[in-house]
Design a protein around this ligand. Structure first.
Ligand code: SF4
Length: 230
């Protein structure tokens, strides 16, 4: 067993009693430059970046699919300026043009799982292969698929430790933190986009809809595959 897997197994129960800051402090001090925050520039990720900036130097990366909103690209620049950190871009092997030539146009509209595999899962796998741990903004109440999220997990799919410091936070707590600390966030959140991904697969939600209803609307798909256990 990987020594980190052993450590995660031993600490997992106790970690449920840690608050978000304690979880981050443990992760950053245990893994140093071998841990990175995975950021889709969501409200949760904005919280984690701000929190990490108060602990120590930290690494953060984003999956640069080429299909993000202009507001998301602007937020990346704002985060880099505010926190003095480089947001590492994990890019797909194929440009949008090469993908269209190889798989046909608008793959996201015909086979979104294949498109996510090429533009998110494969770049993530490559980025994680150089890390010992990653930190995500996953919360249990975001979706049924996330209900069993632990604050500290062994990610068997990608073979490294996974920290979810906000696992027990709700949406209002995220926004209380953002407002109290004047954290930069994606302005699309103010325009009924609770969950933000690629332009082709994200729409605003209507009153009363599930917060993730705006992702891959019209498909049964609810996840990119990043946080789904095989
Ligand atoms: S979210 Fe949509 S456009 Fe983005 S990688 Fe997945 S299927 Fe492709």
């Amino acid at each position: 067993m990987d020594p980190f897997e052993q450590q995660v197994t031993e600490l997992q129960g106790a970690a449920e009693g840690w608050d978000a800051q304690q979880t981050l402090i443990w992760g950053l001090s245990t893994f140093g430059q071998s841990v990175a925050l995975a950021s889709s520039l969501s409200a949760e990720d904005a919280v984690l970046i701000d929190m990490a900036s108060r602990v120590s130097k930290f690494r953060v990366f984003t999956l640069h699919t080429d299909f993000l909103f202009p507001e998301t690209y602007a937020l990346i620049d704002e985060i880099e300026a505010r926190y003095g950190v480089e947001v590492e871009r994990a890019r797909p092997e194929l440009t949008p043009e090469a993908q269209a030539a190889q798989y046909g146009p608008a793959l996201w509209a015909s086979r979104p799982d294949a498109c996510c595999q090429l533009r998110k899962v494969e770049p993530l796998k490559k980025k994680l292969s150089g890390l010992a741990a990653w930190v995500t903004g996953v919360r249990r109440d975001q979706a049924a698929t996330r209900a069993n999220t632990r604050k500290l997990e062994w990610d068997a799919k990608f073979g490294l430790a996974k920290l979810n410091p906000l696992a027990d936070w709700n949406w209002s707590r995220v926004w209380d933190y953002i407002r109290a600390n004047n954290v930069p966030y994606n302005p699309l959140h103010d325009r009924d986009y609770p969950s933000i991904g690629c332009t082709y697969c994200t729409r605003p939600v209507k009153p009363g809809e599930d917060p993730r209803a705006g992702r891959w609307a019209g498909f049964a798909k609810t996840e990119c595959g990043l946080h789904v256990k095989d």
